[in-house]
Structure formats: structure tokens, C-alpha cells
Design a protein around this ligand. Structure first.
Ligand code: ADP
Ligand code: MG
Ligand code: MG
Length: 883
């Protein structure tokens, strides 16, 4: 298999082999756009390199030689030639874009001789030496691992000595001097000389890119985003286009639509007389792209037409890199642009309305997890009143957050680990800061534009971010001046990424209003999904929120949560302390009235939608006082002796409450508790029906493990319900179902289905009991299991499909064998997890139930699961939003 492809030989479908960058360079070349000539060394060559003990194979060496020769013919320039030197960039690119993680070398091919040739040929000595010093910096960093800072410090020193403000003031003599200093750094720090032979440079550069796949930053990034280690990276070798060759040259980045708001308008920045990452490094503040129209209208028009063509071709918003060399435009990269969740939804909806993609395609374009970020917090209006704005920067990533100021990734990480909310404040950020950025609530920089590293990464992570805030002066690693005020490490700062404003101190936040585009988008999702989405809601407020987010009803009301309010807790305690059925009558009556009111409120809101109420689940001792002080208070309030109360608490104590006296087992011991609850349900239903509202009580029994148990509990509930309904002429339909959360219940699901009107998997208990991991204790060892690769993920957060999933399948099959159309749902945390939902969709689960804020996520995940199943091979996935 050949290991090198010229751009003209590839296309965008060859991502796996050519990497994303290479495949898109090939695609652009095929479209006839101006792309500097070049070739791609494949990811396959990267594998070969790794299996060959991190050495280039002789095949690759041969192919590389031939390819260079071919490139010389294509470009009419010669590698390692003084008269007409060919310079190239060496750029890594994996199949999944990992921007900033791997490293690029520009101007490769320069040495002490060719630099003189380039100067002569271009009649621009300063330019030639600027290229050379850049090569020395990048090569030193990428190939020999000399920290970027080492070079930057030399440059800063020189600039300070000469009182320069900008790099542009460096003279030819300065640049020559820098080149000498940089070469000296190689020998001083690495005891290696800069390789003068361009062929050796190229070989070492390819080596370095291949091994950079293993560097720490790249590993952290892959781990963070679940990118397989085995993917490997490709290497692109490409003729240089020189944006730093004068005022008629420049370099920039642009998005075909606004990546923050999604607005359908070209958005970008460029810098004159600049190369490579100057535009995103924050060293100089770039100009907005539309200013190019004034200085160079023809190029601007060509640019606008070309990027529109690219967007139409890819049917998605593009993020392009370009360079202008002496008035000639070159494209250096295109990819589907990263975007905020808000922009993701806006663009998906717009593309459908522009007739460019289908609704189903649009639904695949947004990552379900992003949806929650659309419910971005904002600072509470009341808190903002009269609060002076400290400073204003560019609103790089929406949202609002407060925290303590830290200035380095390391200190941010340490503070986060110590339990603090962190705001990372820096001059600018680089990929080395990634771990500090991950743990921060907000990111603030004093320099850089909307496409700076900090801005792009913050948006990708959905963190609020303000960049290019000129009023900020970082004084040291411990203090910063914002406007007139000095802040120290640990001081509180509030950051509004939507407006770009900074405030001193902590401000409280509220949820933002809902986006009409999101509503439309979620309606499409509702139409496409097979797994319905219900909400876990215990209060009318929760339920209202869930309904606004599109929940079809309530899949789980945990009645015990209703007992924790003080007045109810008091009655609950009376109930538990009581030793005889007689003593329980009064507290039960009181509780019944209160529960009835709760259920009435829920049924009214439901307006005929399903409301599934689970009967009491937790062990009784959870309701009892825990310490002496509380014990005394409660004893006094209840008018019993402290001793009596203490004894009762002791009696109820269990060694292993999770496996103890809870769920339907309580009903076996104290049938009157469940009887009270169903009476409340029945009364509430009748009351609401009398108001003209349709009601469908769904009563759910927790922790059932066998048919006899189910039958015993259910018979009592039915008897009670019949008693209540005897008073009404029109019978009221209800259903009694069970949680499926014991492994045994899965094994005998066919039997249990005889008595159950529906099943609802309790995945928390089922996981706990299947693995034998106590959920409350697993925190001490699960992280080690994940860290050491013994578990792919926390099984309480994402379903263990192989184990717990097998039991679920068994239960679904068993249940449906007995009752063909038995409704089956899932409630609990996993009901809102997109990966798990995919599995639930595949095994024929009818619905999931999750917390209100997860409802939109689950709705989209359900749609995507169904669309994926319908359209094999699947659509392109959502563009990951992180850098
Ligand atoms: P990244 O993945 O970090 O964006 P790139 O390989 O795209 O790295 O390159 C870094 C910078 O160098 C970008 O600004 C890119 O446009 C620029 N660049 C890469 N190759 C060339 C080239 N052949 N000519 C001019 N600029 C280039
Ligand atoms: Mg980079
Ligand atoms: Mg790039």
C-alpha cells in the first residue's frame, strides 16, 4: 500500500487514511481552489512507523524522496537549492481534528545558505530572515522539544532592549541576531546543532509529527474526548505560501457563518504581513475580514465566492485558513467549523430552511450534550443592578460564571482540586493550558481576537469566555490589574461571556430564556425519535420545567421526596415511631391529605398525560433524626421520650440499608403505608377528573423480585383502589406496574409481567446489584477502575451494555413474551445519557424518564438513534465542539 498521496490524488472521503486536514486539502485541490501544492504521508505510514520501533520504514524513505522530486517539478522550485529554494510546511493532521494538539513546522528547507538565496531571490532580506528565525523556533520546539517560551524570551528581551512594541519593528539585523541566538540555544540546551541539510530536516520533522501523536497534550485531549489511541496521524508536506512577504501579503482565518451566534454572515480576521499562527496567537490584534474589501476588493470578492462555494460543497459552515502572498490568495485549510451550541442549532435550522440539508441531517449536526449548554446561565438582573463594570473585552463564549482568579493552568488545577470555582486569567492561552481550562468556570485573556486559542477552546468546551480585554494587565503569576483595580490570586471575579463584561466579586446566575430555534429543532427531534421522553419530577415546578422542554409526561415521581418537607417529615416520623397499626392511623391520614394535594397538582398540570407515581422506596430510617441534638428536638416535638426515640432509631438501623428493608418490602411489613398512598392517588384522580381533566394514574411498585411478591402487593393495592372507586359510577382506568431493578426480576420477567401493566427499569439499583458496586461507596474505587482501563466508563453514568444491558434485554424479551405490547421504560440517571439511549432504542424500550434539564438532550439522542438506525451508513456526526 502506498504511503504518500499527492493532494490531487485524494478526496474528502479519505479522512481515515489522509487525516482530516489532508483529505480536505485534497478536496479543495479537486474543486480547483488555489491550494499550494503538496502531499500527504498517510496514517497507515504512522502505524508502520510505530510498529517499526518508531523508525521510518525504508519504503517510506523511498516514497518521500520521489514525492519531493515530484513536488519540485510541480512548483518549479528546488529543495536544498540556493537559487530558487523550495520551502515547505510540515503539518500533522489526524482523522479527527485535534487542533493545537499536534505541531506544525513552517519554512522548512531554510538553512544558512538557502536563507541567503531566498533573500536574494525575493529581494527582501528581512522577510528571508523572518522565515528563518520562525523555522528555528518551530523546529526547535517540535523536533527537539525546546520550550516555545525559551525562544519567546530571547525575542522579548531583544524587543525590550530596543523599545519595540511589535514584532514588525524587528530589523533584518535583529532577525539575523535572533537566528544566531536560536541556533546557539539548540547546542546549549540540547547539545545538538540545527540540521542544515533540508532532507534531514524533513525526515526529522516527519518523525516528530508521528511521535507527537504520543505527546502528553495529545493524550490528554484524546482521553478527554474518547478518541481512540490507534487512529494515528497523517503528515502533510506543502509548499509555503508567504503571508509575511510584505504589506500586500497576509494571513487569516474565517468562518462562513458566525460561530458564536450562528448568524449567516461571513466572520473572520486577518493580519497583514504575517505568517501562520500570528493571527490566532494574540500577539497582534487582527483586523476584521471585511476590511480586506477596502484594501483589496478583488481578492476579497474571490475569497467570498470561494468560501461560499466551499460551504455549499460541504453543506456546512466552514472554518478556513488562508494566506495572501503578494496579492495572490491561497487556501490552506478548510473544515466544518466549531461552533457554540446556540450557533449549532441556528445553523442546522437555517441550512434546512435554505433547502441545503434535510431535517434528519440537521438533527445529526448537533451533539445532544451541547443542548444543555443552550440553557446558558446569565447573571441575575437584581445582582447586576448598580454593579459597576470593571472592564469589557470581546464576548468570546456565552454564559456567565463567577470564581476565584488563578493565573496558571497548574494553579487553576490545584485550586479546582481543592474544591474552588476557578476563573483562569491569562495574557493568552496555548495548548499547554488545556488542563487548566478544563477545570475553570470561565476563561479571560487580555489579548487575542474572537478566533484566538482561548476563544475557540472556551466555545468548544461551552465555558464562558472573554478575550482581548485590553484593560487587563497581568502583573505576575499572582496579581493582575483590571482597569484601576488590582486583584490577587484567589480574589473573586465574575465573567459575562455573552456581553464581554467583567465584574468584581461573585454574582448569582439564572437560566437564560429559551431559544425559538431550539424549540423548532426539538420539535423535529420529537417527530423522529422512537424512544419517548418523560421526566422525573417530584414537584409541580419540576414538572412545569420538564413540560416546557417537551416532556411527554412524568415517568417517575419519587413520593419520598415529598416527605422531606418539615411538616410532612414530622408526620412521617410519627408514623415510623408508631408501633401498632392503630398508632399509625392518624399520621397516615395526615400524610394522605398532603399527598393527595401533591398529586392533584401534578394531574392538573399533566392534562391527561401519563403521570407515573412510585410508591415509597427508601428505608424508613432515612427519615429519622441522625444526631443527639436532632433527636432531642424531635422527641420534644413529638412528645415522646428521647430514649424511646433513640431505641426506635437503633431498631431501624441496618447494616446494609440498600439491600434491606425498603421498597415493596416495606409494604409487606406495613401494608397501610402503600394503601394510604394509593388512596391519595385515587382520590386525587377523581377530584381532577371532576374538574373535567382526563387522568391516567400509573402506579409503580419499587424493588419487586418475584411474581408472588408482585401479586401480594398488587392485590392489596387493587382492593384499596376498588374501595375508593366504589363510590363513583364511572370507573377510572389505572395501571399498576413495577420497577425492574433486581437482577432476579430480569430473570423471571415473563412471570412478573403476568401481574404488571408496565415495566420501568431502575438502572441505578440494577447496576448496583449486577456489578455488586454499592453506589454510595463506589467513589473510592471506581475512578481507579476507569483510570486503569478496567471499566470504559462509570456504569452509573453510562449503561454497562454488556452486563446490565444483557439483563435488560432478557427482561424485555421475557416481559413481551407474556404481554406482546407491554410498555417498557427506563427511569433514573441513565435515561438522559445519549449513549445509553442508543442502546435503549436498539432493544425496543418505549420511553426514558430523566431530570427536566436532560429532557431536551434525551429527545435529541432518541431522534439520532432512530435516524442512525434508518440511515445506514450513518450521516456524518456532529462536529465536535472542543479544541
Ligand atoms: P493547526 O492544525 O494547528 O491549525 P496548521 O497545520 O493548520 O496547524 O498550521 C499552522 C499555521 O500555519 C496555520 O495558520 C496555517 O495556515 C499555516 N500554514 C500551514 N502550512 C502553510 C503553508 N504551506 N503556507 C503558509 N502557511 C501555512
Ligand atoms: Mg497549531
Ligand atoms: Mg490549521
Amino acid at each position: 500500500m502506498k504511503q504518500i498521496y499527492f493532494f490531487a490524488e485524494g478526496n474528502r472521503d479519505m479522512r481515515a487514511l489522509l487525516g482530516g486536514k489532508g483529505a480536505n486539502l485534497a478536496e479543495m485541490t479537486g474543486l480547483g481552489l488555489p491550494v499550494p501544492s503538496g502531499f500527504t504521508v498517510t496514517t497507515d505510514a504512522c502505524h508502520q512507523y510505530q510498529t517499526n520501533n518508531n523508525n521510518m520504514t525504508s519504503q517510506l524513505e523511498e516514497e518521500l524522496k520521489d514525492a519531493l522530486q515530484h513536488l519540485e517539478e510541480q512548483t518549479g522550485k528546488l529543495f536544498d537549492n540556493t537559487a530558487n529554494p523550495l520551502l515547505v510546511s510540515v503539518r500533522s493532521g489526524a482523522a479527527i481534528s485535534m487542533p493545537g494538539m499536534m505541531d506544525t513546522i513552517l519554512n522548512l528547507g531554510l538553512n544558512d545558505q538557502t536563507v541567503l538565496g531566498l533573500a536574494k531571490q525575493t529581494n527582501n532580506e528581512r522577510f528571508a530572515w523572518d522565515c528563518y528565525r520562525r523555522l528555528l523556533q518551530m523546529f526547535g520546539n517540535v523536533v527537539f522539544g525546546i520550550p516555545e517560551k525559551t525562544f519567546d524570551n530571547e525575542m522579548t528581551k531583544l524587543k525590550q532592549a530596543k523599545h519595540y512594541q511589535s514584532d514588525l519593528e524587528l530589523t533584518t539585523a535583529d532577525l539575523k541576531q535572533l537566528a544566531q541566538q536560536f541556533k546557539a540555544l539548540y547546542t546549549a540546551t540540547e547539545h545538538k546543532a540545527f540540521p542544515q541539510n533540508p532532507h534531514e530536516q524533513l525526515q526529522l520533522a516527519v518523525d516528530a509529527v508521528f511521535s507527537s501523536w504520543q505527546n502528553n497534550r495529545a493524550k490528554v485531549y484524546r482521553k478527554l474526548h474518547g478518541i481512540p489511541e490507534t487512529l494515528g496521524t497523517a503528515v502533510n508536506v506543502q509548499m509555503m505560501a508567504f503571508g509575511n512577504s510584505g504589506q500586500d501579503s497576509g494571513t487569516g482565518v474565517a468562518f462562513t457563518r458566525n460561530p458564536v451566534t450562528g448568524e449567516a454572515k461571513l466572520f473572520g480576521e486577518f493580519l497583514k504581513n504575517a505568517q501562520g499562527e500570528d493571527v490566532v496567537s494574540g500577539l497582534r490584534t487582527p483586523q476584521p475580514i471585511h476590511e480586506l474589501a477596502d484594501s483589496d476588493p478583488e481578492i476579497y470578492q474571490q475569497f467570498v465566492d470561494s468560501v461560499q462555494e466551499l460551504e455549499n460543497h460541504y453543506c456546512d459552515m466552514q472554518d478556513v485558513e488562508f494566506t495572501i502572498e503578494h496579492g495572490k490568495l491561497y487556501f490552506l485549510q478548510t473544515r466544518n467549523g466549531k461552533r457554540t451550541p446556540k450557533a449549532a442549532v441556528q445553523i442546522a435550522v437555517d441550512l434546512v430552511e435554505e433547502g441545503k440539508i434535510s431535517e434528519a441531517e440537521a438533527l445529526m449536526r448537533v451533539d445532544p450534550e451541547q443542548i444543555t449548554q443552550l440553557l446558558h446561565p446569565e447573571f441575575a438582573v437584581d445582582d447586576l443592578k448598580g454593579k459597576a463594570e470593571l472592564a469589557k473585552g470581546l464576548p468570546a463564549s456565552p454564559g456567565a460564571a463567577s470564581g476565584q482568579i488563578y493565573f496558571t493552568a497548574a494553579s487553576a488545577k490545584a485550586a479546582h482540586e481543592a474544591g474552588h470555582q476557578v476563573v483562569l486569567v491569562r495574557q493568552d492561552t496555548s495548548p499547554e493550558d488545556i488542563e487548566g481550562m478544563v477545570v475553570s468556570e470561565a476563561i479571560v485573556t487580555s489579548r487575542g481576537g474572537m478566533t484566538s486559542h482561548a476563544a475557540v477552546v472556551a466555545r468548544g468546551m461551552g465555558k464562558c469566555g472573554v478575550v482581548g480585554c485590553a484593560a487587563i494587565t497581568i502583573e505576575s503569576d499572582k496579581s493582575v490589574k483590571i482597569g484601576e483595580q488590582t486583584f490577587h490570586e484567589g480574589d473573586n471575579l465574575s465573567v459575562d461571556g455573552t456581553t464581554g463584561k467583567l465584574y468584581a466579586g461573585i454574582l448569582s446566575t439564572t437560566k437564560a430564556a429559551q431559544d425559538p430555534n431550539l424549540q423548532k429543532f426539538l420539535q423535529w427531534a420529537q417527530k423522529n425519535g422512537n424512544v419517548d421522553v418523560f421526566a422525573n419530577a417530584d414537584t409541580p415546578a419540576d414538572f412545569e420545567q420538564a413540560l416546557r422542554f417537551g416532556a411527554k409526561g412524568i415517568g417517575l415521581t419519587r413520593t419520598e421526596h415529598m416527605f422531606f418537607k418539615s411538616e410532612r417529615l414530622f408526620q412521617m416520623r410519627r408514623l415510623i415511631i408508631a408501633r401498632t397499626a392503630d398508632d399509625r392511623i392518624d399520621p397516615l391520614n395526615k400524610l394522605r391529605e398532603m399527598q393527595q394535594r401533591d398529586f392533584v397538582a401534578l394531574y392538573r398540570l399533566a392534562e391527561g398525560k401519563n403521570v407515573t407515581i412510585r410508591l415509597l422506596d427508601p428505608p424508613l430510617h432515612e427519615f429519622l433524626p441522625h444526631d443527639e441534638v436532632e433527636l432531642k428536638e424531635v422527641a420534644t416535638a413529638m412528645n415522646v421520650s428521647v430514649d424511646k426515640l433513640r431505641n426506635r432509631v437503633a431498631e431501624l438501623k441496618e447494616v446494609n440499608p440498600m439491600l434491606g428493608h425498603r421498597g415493596c418490602r416495606l409494604a409487606v411489613t406495613y401494608p397501610d403505608i402503600y394503601e394510604m398512598q394509593v388512596t391519595a392517588i385515587a382520590n386525587a384522580a377523581l377530584q381532577v377528573r371532576s374538574e373535567g381533566i382526563n387522568v391516567k394514574p400509573h402506579i409503580m411498585i419499587p424493588l419487586i423480585g418475584s411474581l408472588v411478591e408482585m401479586r401480594w402487593v398488587k392485590d392489596r393495592l387493587v382492593a384499596k383502589l376498588n374501595e375508593v372507586f366504589a363510590t363513583t359510577k364511572q370507573p377510572l382506568h389505572y395501571q399498576i406496574g413495577t420497577m425492574i431493578e433486581m437482577p432476579r426480576a430480569c430473570l423471571v420477567a415473563d412471570q412478573i409481567a403476568q401481574e404488571a401493566d408496565f415495566f420501568s427499569f431502575g438502572t441505578n439499583d440494577l447496576t448496583q446489584l449486577t456489578y455488586g458496586f454499592s453506589r454510595d461507596d463506589s467513589g473510592s474505587f471506581l475512578p481507579d477502575y476507569i483510570e486503569k482501563g478496567l471499566l470504559p466508563a462509570d456504569p452509573f453514568k453510562s449503561l454497562d451494555q454488556e452486563g446490565v444491558g444483557a439483563l435488560m434485554k432478557m427482561a424485555v424479551n421475557g416481559g413481551r413474551k407474556e404481554k406482546r405490547s407491554l410498555p417498557i421504560g427506563v427511569c433514573g440517571e441513565l435515561g438522559g445519557d445519549p449513549e445509553s439511549i442508543k442502546f435503549f432504542d436498539a432493544i425496543g424500550i418505549d420511553y426514558v424518564s430523566c431530570s427536566p434539564y436532560r429532557v431536551p438532550v434525551a429527545v435529541l439522542a432518541s431522534a439520532q438513534a432512530a435516524i442512525n438506525r434508518r440511515h445506514q451508513p450513518s450521516f456524518a456526526k456532529a462536529t465536535p465542539t472542543t479544541h
